[in-house]
Design a protein around this ligand. Structure first.
Ligand code: 5GP
Ligand code: MG
Length: 180
């Protein structure tokens, strides 16, 4: 399927399964090397990154633990400044850990900019960010993204965990909204 429609919005394929697989492999390889002798805790940001996280941890060649936080900021096709963290792991799970936050997409950066100081209060040893997609054109901050799949344009995407009004998360490929 190269074209799909969700609630009257039209989308076209941006990344197919092969490209996604290669990208996740590349990121997993780098993380496995960088964290070879460190105790790694992956914190996956729900809901969008559930599929990416699951593929990523399958491909890691080092042990890791996984936690989930639910952070919401998006409504429809727009990022909002109203960020909510709905679940947080217990304090002792984060203390002295080497954390990688796994995101589906860093857009404006509002979500992680809100979450990073909260996480720092838990005194982890280190925090890095891994995101499958990034929109540098609209990114507002200067923190470093250590592991990044692809830069994309200022466009709305669905699939591979990402939704439009909760639809489309199960699609194995990533689609972008077509210009009207
Ligand atoms: P930010 O706070 O960086 O602007 O946006 C972060 C969150 O908004 C992402 O984790 C993701 O869940 C959602 N998001 C950002 N861009 C898109 C997009 O193009 N499509 C979808 N489905 N979600 C997005
Ligand atoms: Mg997300």
């Amino acid at each position: 399927m190269n074209k799909i429609e969700i609630e009257n919005l039209n989308f076209e394929k941006l990344f197919d399964e092969k490209v996604i697989d290669r990208t996740v492999n590349r990121l997993a390889k780098k993380i496995s090397k960088d964290y070879e002798h460190k105790e790694l805790l992956i914190i996956s940001v729900l809901k969008g990154s559930f599929m990416f996280t699951s593929d990523l941890v399958k491909k890691l060649t080092i042990p890791c633990e996984v936690e989930f936080v639910k952070i919401t900021s998006y409504t429809g096709t727009q990022s909002t400044e109203n960020v909510f963290v709905q679940t947080l792991p217990d304090r002792e799970r984060l203390l002295n850990r080497n954390i990688i936050i796994v995101e589906d997409i860093v857009d404006t950066g509002n979500t992680l900019n809100y979450f990073l100081p909260i996480l720092k209060q838990y005194n982890p040893t280190s925090i890095q960010i891994c995101t499958l997609l990034h929109k540098p054109e609209v990114f507002r901050y200067d923190w470093h993204i250590a592991y990044k799949g692809w830069d994309i344009e200022k466009e709305f995407v669905v699939g591979y965990g990402m939704d439009y009004n909760e639809i489309g998360r199960g699609l194995p490929c990533i689609y972008r909204q077509k210009e009207k």
